[in-house]
Design a binder for this molecule. Structure first.
Ligand code: NAD
Length: 483
């Protein structure tokens, strides 16, 4: 396969800065170079923001039904290119084809939902707020938005944002992850084919330097960021201090509580898929599995049984359950958590370091790893590992399990497994976490509902997708009239 030399998209022109270094994009299963992107800097960010700013007045004047029509066409094109996009995503990210198709589907659902902008953007009216005086709200686009995204869902996460932003009449500059930006680049090409005018959607490739320049740019009105918590917090602080709208989604440490009355088959399947799917590189991945009371031993056995049949390998091959992690550096980071866990006294039941994956000697492999007796005060118990590592914990009752959730610095997702409606309601009422699963291991993002956590998992107030996206990308003007 020929390596892709990807360019920035600025004002409708694909351009490569002559001065910038290039960053290689690697297949994490084979180690093969798939392509490269420019390591852009402030100069390219300035050009992209200027192009977006220039495109804004005309685009916002286009009737919203016309803007929506572009998204209808894009949705049809994405549907036609499903196989090509899913394969490209698997090659650069590593997840298996089923997961890649699922990711693409969630992205398409955002395009479909954003195409409903003529209804979503409607305002409210009230007659006679005073005698003969009426009041109404009108939602208007804001200007140029920055979208900065991570490597683990490189197609879906950008589509949590820019379809809504452009449908509402804004223009956008996207800075995708430098580790796997090629499938999304193809989505952007298809958006141009669907009729998105030059300058409405711009792409600048690069590392943190480009992201910082974009988030801090004086002509950027708002920032949608997804990535690790430290970067989320810093960008939120900087962009917020500059008066911008910011939604910054960060990392996670997700707990799953299993009650003794839970259906053991549902638990086994859901927990294993949640912890080990996408090699643990999901912000919704289960990380700590809490067995309540006598559920602990059977849950432990079922998880170890389920894990034994997982096949680790290249995501393009048949029957592979778990692909590689994204890079050698990330593999070493995950292995570091495993070593530290052992030093801190957790019991290693299954060690996934350096598994044999025949035919792929250069892949970044970490197999399923299971610990028990993980203390919540240790790095393995508290911090985001972002790899296929389960920490099993015990709690005498729901109360004690909820205390473990309350002590976590993160608040992205949590699940409960029970057949009691009362227990499920208690969990929902008190968990204090934003995305909750009841007998579901991954409280997956649905385009028509908001998505985002709390505590160190989210900085901001309006979340991704759903009605929050419409509110984030529009300003409500209030008009009071007397005739
Ligand atoms: P990351 O924070 O390293 O990178 C995210 C984006 O920020 C990338 O585009 C990157 O180039 C840029 N970036 C990196 N360093 C930067 C810096 N110093 N200043 C400005 N920008 C910088 O995250 P990642 O490793 O790509 O993705 C994994 C992380 O994303 C995990 O923590 C995961 O939980 C999180 N994530 C969260 C959600 C959510 O919904 N909360 C969803 C997906 C991923």
């Amino acid at each position: 396969m020929r390596a892709v030399v990807a360019s920035n998209l600025i004002g409708g022109q694909w351009s490569t800065p002559s001065s910038a270094d290039r960053l290689s994009v690697e297949d994490p299963a084979t180690g093969e170079t798939l392509g490269s992107v420019p390591a852009s800097g402030k100069a390219e960010v300035d050009q992209a923001v200027a192009a977006a700013r220039q495109a804004f007045p005309d685009w916002r004047r286009r009737p919203v039904v016309e803007r929506a029509r572009v998204l209808f066409r894009l949705s049809a094109l994405l549907d036609q290119h499903r196989d090509e996009l899913a394969r490209s995503l698997t090659r650069e990210q590593g997840k298996n084809l089923a997961e890649a198709r699922g990711e693409l589907q969630r992205g398409i659902e955002n395009v479909e939902h954003a195409a409903g902008m003529p209804s979503l953007m409607m305002g409210d009216t009230l007659e006679d707020v005073a005698s003969g005086v009426d009041c109404e709200t009108v939602r208007q686009p804001v200007g140029v938005f920055a979208v900065i995204t991570p490597y683990n869902f490189p197609v879906m996460v950008p589509m949590w944002f820019w379809p809504y932003a452009v449908a509402a009449g804004n223009t956008v500059v996207v800075k995708p992850s430098e580790q796997d930006p090629l499938a999304h680049q193809r989505v952007v090409e298809l958006a141009g084919q669907a009729g998105l005018p030059a300058g409405v959607l711009n792409v600048v490739h690069g590392r943190g330097e480009a992201a910082e320049a974009l988030a801090g740019h004086p002509d950027v009105a708002g920032v949608s960021f997804v990535g690790s918590s430290g970067v989320a917090r810093r960008l939120y602080g900087r962009a917020g201090a500059a008066g911008k709208r910011v939604q910054a989604l960060g990392g996670a440490k997700n707990h799953m509580i299993v009650l003794p009355d839970a259906d053991p088959d549902v638990v086994a399947e859901s927990v294993v898929a949640s912890v080990f799917g996408c090699a643990g590189q999901r912000c919704l991945a289960g990380s700590v599995v809490i067995g309540v009371g006598e559920s602990y031993e059977p849950v432990r056995e079922r998880i170890l049984d389920g894990v034994a049949s997982l096949k680790v390998g290249c995501g393009l091959d048949d029957d592979v359950d778990m692909g590689p992690v994204i890079s050698d550096a990330h593999k070493n980071r995950v292995a570091g958590f495993i070593e530290q866990g052992e030093r801190d006294g957790a019991r290693l039941l299954l060690d996934g370091r350096d598994p044999e994956v025949p035919g792929y000697p250069r892949g970044h492999w970490i197999g399923p790893t299971v610990f028990e007796d993980v203390s919540p005060d240790t790095p393995l118990g508290r911090e985001e590992v972002f790899g296929p590592v389960a920490g099993l914990a015990r709690a005498p009752n729901l109360e004690a399990a909820l205390e473990l959730l309350a002590a976590s610095p993160y608040g992205n997702a949590a699940s409960v497994f029970t057949q009691s409606g009362r227990t499920a309601r208690e969990f929902r009422y008190r968990a204090g976490i934003s995305m909750l699963g009841v007998n579901v291991g991954v409280a997956a993002p649905m385009a028509f509902f908001p998505f985002g956590g709390t505590r160190n998992s989210f900085y901001g107030d309006l979340k991704a997708q759903g009605k929050d996206a419409v509110a984030f990308y529009t300003d409500q003007k209030v008009v009071i009239s007397r005739w």
